[in-house]
Design a protein around this ligand. Structure first.
Ligand SMILES: [Zn+2]
Length: 348
């Protein structure tokens, strides 16, 4: 058989194999087999050196034609198979838009945050400004300027995390009292502020103690502000949080930064004063500490206690939440068990 006939035969054989290829793997094999360095066409071309000078270009030309033809056929077939593969993939991945979606759990503010928001909204509606402050605080603002000099026994009431000897994790939100008193321009009217935030104590965590908890501090300083204003304000807070039939009573107490100091009790919302387990059968529940701002506190922040005075109070949203929802272990609020926390979702 002459080379030309052999080439024609390879051409037919190749075209048939290309036509019969069913996938990309197969068409690749055909390409390597027919056109590779060890393939039959290369082999035929090698045999050309035995041809006469007259025949060689003709056969060479024909060999090139066969190779081009097979290359083109392989490329066409490959494109066709790739298209088919993509069509099959798209078919397999078709999305049925009528299927129901996967529900996504939607977040809600934490129950403590809900109480904080409620209290803050209430005070903002009464014209108070919100002062947030830093959780890392200078000792001088956390203690000294609140009438708690070094070695003051009341410091023992608040075991403290110190960052350096003069910097600490604030044990109360009260430092904002001193900071706001220093900044306030009393020629523009009284200072009315509320300061919500996290505070830290070196407590061992148990059912009623947490090393981190929340406080909301409030203060009003101006002219002619009396204890009656304090009581009226506390009543508004208690009634908005626990119900409008509740009464407030004040009992003498002691805090270094107020004089006189009081504990505020509200009517037990569970028994409405009749006596029950929640109020230990007294009919009253202690909810916060308060008092008239100590003259030393005013003086140390550059405010003349002869001219100005006012009241301050601090309440614990954690305790409020425990009372309001009958939660007996404060740790539940901080352990991030969503089964517990989602009970308080407002959307239900
Ligand atoms: Zn009760």
């Amino acid at each position: 058989m002459g080379l030309k006939e052999r080439l024609a035969e390879l051409r037919e054989e190749g075209l048939q194999e290309i036509k019969d290829s069913e996938d990309l793997k197969k068409i690749n094999q055909v390409r390597v087999k027919m056109l590779g360095k060890k393939g039959p066409i290369t082999n035929v071309l090698r045999g050309m050196r035995d041809l006469s000078a007259e025949e060689r270009p003709k056969v060479g030309q024909f060999a090139n034609k066969v190779r081009d033809e097979l290359t083109a056929a392989i490329e066409n077939k490959r494109a066709e198979l790739e298209q088919a593969a993509m069509d099959a993939e798209l078919e397999a991945e078709t999305i049925d838009v009528t299927l129901p979606g996967t529900p996504v759990a939607q977040g809600e503010p934490h129950v403590i945050q809900q109480i904080i928001d409620q209290v803050v909204d209430l005070f903002v509606s009464m014209g108070y400004e919100v002062a947030v402050g830093d959780e890392v605080e200078q000792e001088v603002y956390n203690f000294e300027k609140l009438n708690l000099p070094k070695d003051h026994p009341a410091r023992d009431m608040q075991d403290t995390f110190y960052v350096t000897p003069s910097v600490l994790m604030r044990t109360q939100t009260s430092p904002m009292q001193a900071r706001m008193l220093e900044k306030h321009d009393f020629s523009q009217g009284p200072l009315k502020m509320i300061s919500p935030g996290k505070v830290y104590r070196r407590d061992t965590d148990d059912a009623t103690h947490s090393h981190q908890f929340n406080q909301i501090e409030g203060m009003v300083v101006g002219k002619h502000i009396t204890m009656a204003d304090l009581k009226g304000t506390l009543k508004v807070v208690a009634q908005s949080l626990f119900g409008d039939k509740l009464d407030v009573r004040l009992r003498p107490s002691y805090f270094p930064f107020t004089e006189p100091s009081v504990e505020a009790d509200i009517t037990c919302f569970n028994c409405m004063g009749k006596g029950c387990a929640i109020c230990k059968h007294t009919g009253w529940i202690e909810v916060l500490g308060a008092g008239m701002v100590h003259p030393n506190v005013l003086r140390m922040s550059g405010v003349d206690p002869e001219e100005f005075g006012g009241f301050a109070f601090g309440l614990g949203p954690d305790r409020f939440a425990m009372l309001k929802y009958g939660v007996t272990d404060i740790r539940n609020f901080y352990q991030n068990d969503v089964r517990f926390l989602t009970q308080f979702d407002r959307k239900g």
